[in-house]
Design a protein around this ligand. Structure first.
Ligand SMILES: Cc1cc2nc3c(=O)[nH]c(=O)nc-3n(C[C@H](O)[C@H](O)[C@H](O)COP(=O)(O)O)c2cc1C
Length: 159
C-alpha cells in the first residue's frame, strides 16, 4: 500500500491545525496509508519509507522554521534516494504578505533538488495551502484538497 507522511513543525498550534486538515483530506483516499508526525519525531532515515511526503512550517523570517530546515539539511544523507517520491508543502504566517508562499516554495525547492514530484494547483493555492495564523474556512478547504491530491497522485504512482 502507498504511504504518505504529513510532517510539520508548530510552536503555537496553527501549522499543526493545517497538518491535521491535510491528513483529513488525504484519508479520504482509500488504499493509502497516512501518517501524521512532528518533524522533531523524524530522522532522515524515516523519510525513505514513504512514497509521498508533505511538510508544513510556520513562517519564520520569511522562510521555514529551523527544525524543518534541519530535517531537510540532514536528508542530504539520502540525496538521490527520495527521487520520484511525491512532495507537497504548506505554511502559516502571522500576516498576509508575511511570507507564507515563499516558505512553501522554499520547502518545495528542497524537494525538487531531491528529485521529488510536485503537483501544482491550477485553481487556488497554487504552490501549496497557506494560512494567516490558524487556518480559516478557505484555508481549511485548501488543506483538505491538497491532502487529497497528494494522496491520489501517490496512489496512482505507487498504489
Ligand atoms: C521567530 C518567529 C519569526 C516569525 N517570522 C514571521 C514572518 O517573517 N512573517 C510572518 O508573517 N509571521 C512570522 N511569524 C509568525 C508565525 O509565522 C505565525 O504566528 C504562525 O502562525 C505560527 O505558526 P505555529 O502556530 O504553527 O507555530 C514569526 C514567528 C516567530 C516566532
Amino acid at each position: 500500500m502507498a504511504r504518505v507522511l504529513i510532517t510539520y513543525y508548530s510552536r503555537t498550534g496553527n501549522t499543526e491545525k493545517m497538518a491535521k486538515l491535510v491528513a483529513e483530506g488525504a484519508r479520504d483516499v482509500e488504499g493509502v496509508e497516512i501518517e501524521l508526525k512532528r518533524v522533531e519525531e523524524l530522522s532522515p532515515d524515516d523519510l525513505l519509507v514513504y512514497d509521498g511526503i508533505v511538510i508544513g512550517s510556520p513562517v519564520y523570517y520569511g522562510t521555514m522554521a529551523a527544525a524543518v530546515k534541519e530535517l531537510l539539511d540532514r536528508s542530504v544523507k539520502h540525496h538521490g534516494k527520495l527521487k520520484g517520491k511525491v512532495g507537497g508543502a504548506f505554511a502559516s504566517s502571522g500576516g498576509p504578505g508575511g511570507g507564507n508562499e515563499t516558505t512553501v516554495l522554499d520547502i518545495l525547492k528542497a524537494m525538487l533538488i531531491h528529485g521529488m514530484i510536485i503537483q501544482g494547483d491550477p485553481e487556488k493555492d497554487h504552490y501549496g495551502p497557506i494560512a494567516v495564523e490558524a487556518p480559516d474556512k478557505r484555508s481549511a478547504g485548501e488543506c483538505r484538497k491538497r491532502g487529497r491530491s497528494v494522496a491520489e497522485l501517490t496512489k496512482r504512482l505507487f498504489g
